[in-house]
Design a protein. Structure first.
Length: 171
């Protein structure tokens, strides 16, 4: 199962490196945040809303754009202090063309920082993490990923594949 997940990751990374495209029409699926709240606080009240902001506002700006963007995340762990929240999440995102061909995409463990302001979580930064190469990854995160056998990736990718299939059918 790990080999299959690794193969998907390698293929996606190859698309990111070798394919390019430009488009005037871009469709991004709706996030669960209300538009006013989303632009006002640049994050969310809850961690899930803040992560939705990251997925639908920050992640699409990375990589080459296609006609349709979709993505998913799974929170692995959070570390919270009085001033900030650090989220460790597996994030998968993909831009496709009108035929459903991948233009760019990525998958991996991300460390995403949110500053606490009142009762809001404001996006600050993100970093892609290569688990064996970053010794400061919390043990809980490392343990969860070590015992995962690619299930997180497979589950998230299945949801993304459904999104892309629905998009292509709607064209």
């Amino acid at each position: 199962m790990k080999k299959k997940g690794l193969k998907y990751l390698i293929v996606i990374q190859m698309f990111v490196i070798f394919l390019s495209a430009c488009s005037n029409s871009i469709i991004i699926t709706d996030s669960s945040l209300r538009a006013e709240e989303n632009s006002k606080i640049k994050g969310g009240i809850t961690i899930e809303e803040a992560m939705d902001y990251y997925l639908w506002e920050i992640e699409p700006s990375m990589g080459l754009r296609g006609n349709y963007f979709t993505g998913r995340y799974r929170i692995i762990d959070t570390i919270e202090t009085s001033e900030k929240v650090t989220v460790y999440a597996w994030v998968i995102s993909t831009w496709v063309d009108k035929k459903g061909n991948t233009i760019s995409g990525g998958s991996g463990l991300h460390e995403i920082g949110f500053k606490k302001e009142g009762n809001s979580h404001i996006y600050e930064n993100q970093q892609y993490i290569k688990v064996p190469e970053f010794p400061y990854v919390p043990q809980k995160v490392s343990d969860i990923l070590s015992n995962d056998d690619g299930e997180i990736y497979s589950d998230l990718m299945a949801e993304i594949d459904k999104d892309i299939e629905n998009y292509v059918k709607s064209q």
